[in-house]
Ligand binder design. Structure first.
Ligand SMILES: Cc1cc2nc3c(=O)[nH]c(=O)nc-3n(C[C@H](O)[C@H](O)[C@H](O)COP(=O)(O)OP(=O)(O)OC[C@H]3O[C@@H](n4cnc5c(N)ncnc54)[C@H](O)[C@@H]3O)c2cc1C
Ligand SMILES: NC(=O)c1ccc[n+]([C@@H]2O[C@H](COP(=O)([O-])OP(=O)(O)OC[C@H]3O[C@@H](n4cnc5c(N)ncnc54)[C@H](OP(=O)(O)O)[C@@H]3O)[C@@H](O)[C@H]2O)c1
Length: 267
């Protein structure tokens, strides 16, 4: 019998944004990807030979698996796209970094997560705030629903260290040119003074200090009546922005107590 830890998917595309950031597309052996909702995540692992082919009677070590938000949208059926950063001292990502197109790995069969646009009213402004690879779910959501009436305005704020870490920038700038309801705000925290970066500097939370500052920067009001805010990535960013929003009357969303702050912590 085949080990449940056998490799079951292939890397069909890998684009390195820089040495530590990659876009990776993974095709499951079954051909079509599992059904999912934009905002959900899947698990990845790189099984060892012992895990793939355990000796008879020896229980294989558990897989070292990690969660990754799906960056592609559900209409794309042949592969799942992921946006991944290398954590040099991390347990899984250095192993993932050794893989190239054609290499095989383990893709969790179940897609999971509640960080979706399910059940939300359609006349609201959506403010999506990402640090680093926290951009992934917002790409999936936008691509899937951009031609629908799912939102009024879709504001995408992406905070990174340096401009070189702004994955998908060209594509997002193109969307902003084509779609008057899409606002893209890339921000850098560690661009050297006097560098070529002409865009906003500082952490994303500074935009939420006052409703005026937010509206000046994005052209969209920051009002708890008309807005849902989605936060994804670095948990320290999520805490800071959540605090600013709660001071303005926003509340955390749950199925039991519907509110307008939604988040996905990456660690
Ligand atoms: C629901 C969910 C979705 C996720 N989606 C993504 C995704 O789309 N892309 C992605 O790159 N990661 C994502 N992550 C993080 C991912 O699961 C791993 O934690 C990450 O790849 C590091 O794994 P590792 O084993 O190499 O490091 P570990 O040994 O697990 O080290 C973890 C440490 O690495 C740092 N870290 C982990 N993830 C990140 C990150 N994304 N950016 C910056 N620092 C980080 C933190 O300091 C954390 O404490 C997600 C996590 C969750 C819970
Ligand atoms: N060796 C390198 O030079 C290098 C470079 C990039 C990444 N990495 C590795 O990659 C991993 C991830 O790095 P990453 O840059 O993708 O993710 P990250 O560390 O989460 O940083 C992404 C962005 O989030 C900002 N941020 C951090 N805390 C915040 C808070 N409390 N509120 C608001 N914004 C906040 C950061 O600002 P600040 O800049 O102010 O922290 C940065 O602009 C790290 O583990 C690191 O090892 C290494």
């Amino acid at each position: 019998m085949m080990s449940r830890y056998a490799k079951n998917a292939t890397i069909v595309y890998r684009e390195d944004i820089n040495k530590e950031l990659s876009i990776i597309r993974i095709k499951p052996d079954e051909g079509e990807v599992a059904e999912f909702k934009p905002g959900q995540y899947a698990e990845l692992a790189v099984p060892t030979p012992e895990q793939e082919n355990p000796q008879e009677g020896v229980k294989p070590e558990k897989l070292l698996r990690r969660s990754y938000s799906i960056a592609s949208n559900p209409s794309v059926k042949d592969a799942l796209e992921f946006y991944v950063v290398l954590v040099p001292e991390g347990a899984l990502t250095p192993k993932l970094w050794d893989l190239k197109e054609g290499d095989r790995l383990w893709l969790g069969p179940k897609v999971k997560g509640k960080f979706t646009l399910d059940g939300l009213p359609e006349d609201k402004d959506f403010i999506m705030v990402a640090t680093g690879t926290g951009l992934a779910p917002f790409l999936s959501m936008y691509k899937e629903f951009r031609k629908s009436n799912k939102w009024n305005k879709y504001v995408l704020i992406h905070g990174v260290r340096i401009a070189d870490d702004l994955g998908y920038k060209k594509e997002l700038e193109q969307f902003a040119e084509e779609d008057p309801n899409f606002v893209y705000v890339p921000m850098c925290t560690r661009e050297p003074e006097g560098s070529a970066w002409q865009g906003p500097r500082g952490r994303v939370n500074i935009l939420f200090e006052t409703a005026e500052a937010f509206e000046n920067k994005t052209g969209v009001p920051l009002s708890s009546d008309s807005t849902h805010v989605f936060l994804c990535g670095n948990p320290a960013m999520i805490d800071t922005v959540q605090e600013s929003l709660e001071a303005k009357g926003f509340t955390q969303h749950s199925k039991k107590n519907p509110g307008n702050i939604h988040f996905e912590r990456y660690w």
